[in-house]
Design a binder for this molecule. Structure first.
Ligand code: SF4
Length: 297
């Protein structure tokens, strides 16, 4: 997720497998040590739950929110799944990073909730947005929810860093109308500093989306002193300009509204002294994207 709201928002197909030090549930690359501790205490039901999670019948959910004018067109039901392989320094919802902090929910339960909002989606041109955390931590669950939404005629969006794009099957992409792709930096060293992970999987996923014609909204979080270097923004903009299916770029100014969550979780927050970008800086960065012919918000 893009992590600029205080609501949780910011992860088989022939694509390369991304090796993680963290569990991934479902898909063909799940790990038996998937992080469901806390979902159940009994051994028998725990293994049953693992099986359900691998099958995509059960997921770990942080929360959901009905939103308008963010997370895609129209009014959206945005569902925030738990678990994320990145550790963004500016994450405004660090409580979504660990899958074990989520609540178990079946795909059927979630789909029943989604179904209630169909009339609103139809009137507003909205739909379902699956966010996190990183939704592709639970690919089988996401695949099942996407399929169910599509069977109800609901438009869908996936909000992802792209780091686990290799876990998104082509069948899943057939059920996704829009990808909100968070490109957190354009220079690999900066990306690693911001997220603790490699940039390349995100670049690969964006190119795969463009090659198959999937619409993309790119999101870039602007943090003074961290992501604002002109050469870093140029690198993001140069990359985005090569993706033919990008219909908008959102430059999201960093703010401090998530700071208290880090403290309440006992986590060290490195951006204590970071300031929101000035209007002049935001304008400069937006212009860097516009210079490449991109539509910028
Ligand atoms: S750590 Fe994960 S949930 Fe937080 S901003 Fe980064 S990608 Fe989003």
């Amino acid at each position: 997720m893009n992590a600029t709201s205080t609501a949780p928002r910011d992860a088989d197909c022939g694509a390369p497998v991304v090796e993680l030090g963290l569990p991934v549930i479902g898909g063909s690359h799940h790990r038996s040590s998937a992080g469901t501790a806390g979902l159940d205490s009994s051994e028998a039901s725990r293994s049953e739950r693992f099986a359900q999670m691998r099958a995509g019948e059960l997921g770990s959910l942080h929360s959901w929110e009905l939103v308008t004018a963010v997370d895609g067109p129209g009014t959206r039901l945005t569902t925030f799944l738990s678990g994320c392989p990145l550790r963004c320094l500016y994450c405004h919802n660090p409580d979504t990073m660990e899958m074990r902090r989520g609540e178990p929910i079946t795909a059927d339960e979630l789909l029943a909730r989604i179904a209630r909002y169909r009339p609103i989606f139809e009137v507003t041109g909205g739909g379902l947005t699956i966010s996190g955390g990183e939704p592709l931590m639970q690919p089988a669950f996401v695949a099942r929810v996407l399929r169910g939404a599509k069977e109800m005629g609901i438009r869908t969006a996936l909000d992802t860093s792209g780091y686990l794009g290799a876990h998104c099957t082509d069948e899943m992409l057939d059920d996704i109308d829009l990808v909100l792709l968070d490109v957190k930096s354009g220079i690999p060293e900066t990306y690693r500093k911001v997220t603790g992970r490699d940039l390349q999987p995100t670049l690969d996923f964006g190119r795969r989306l463009a090659a198959r014609g999937t619409e993309i909204w790119v999101r870039f979080v602007l943090v003074p002193g961290l992501t604002d270097a002109p050469e870093n923004v140029d690198a993001v903009a140069d990359y985005v300009a090569t993706l033919s299916t990008v219909s908008r770029v959102e430059v999201l100014p960093f703010h401090q509204m998530g700071r208290d969550k880090w403290e309440s979780l006992g986590l060290s927050y490195e951006l204590e002294d970071a300031q929101p970008p000035s209007p002049e800086l935001v304008a400069r960065v937006r212009d860097q994207f516009r210079e490449r012919g991109l539509t910028v918000y």
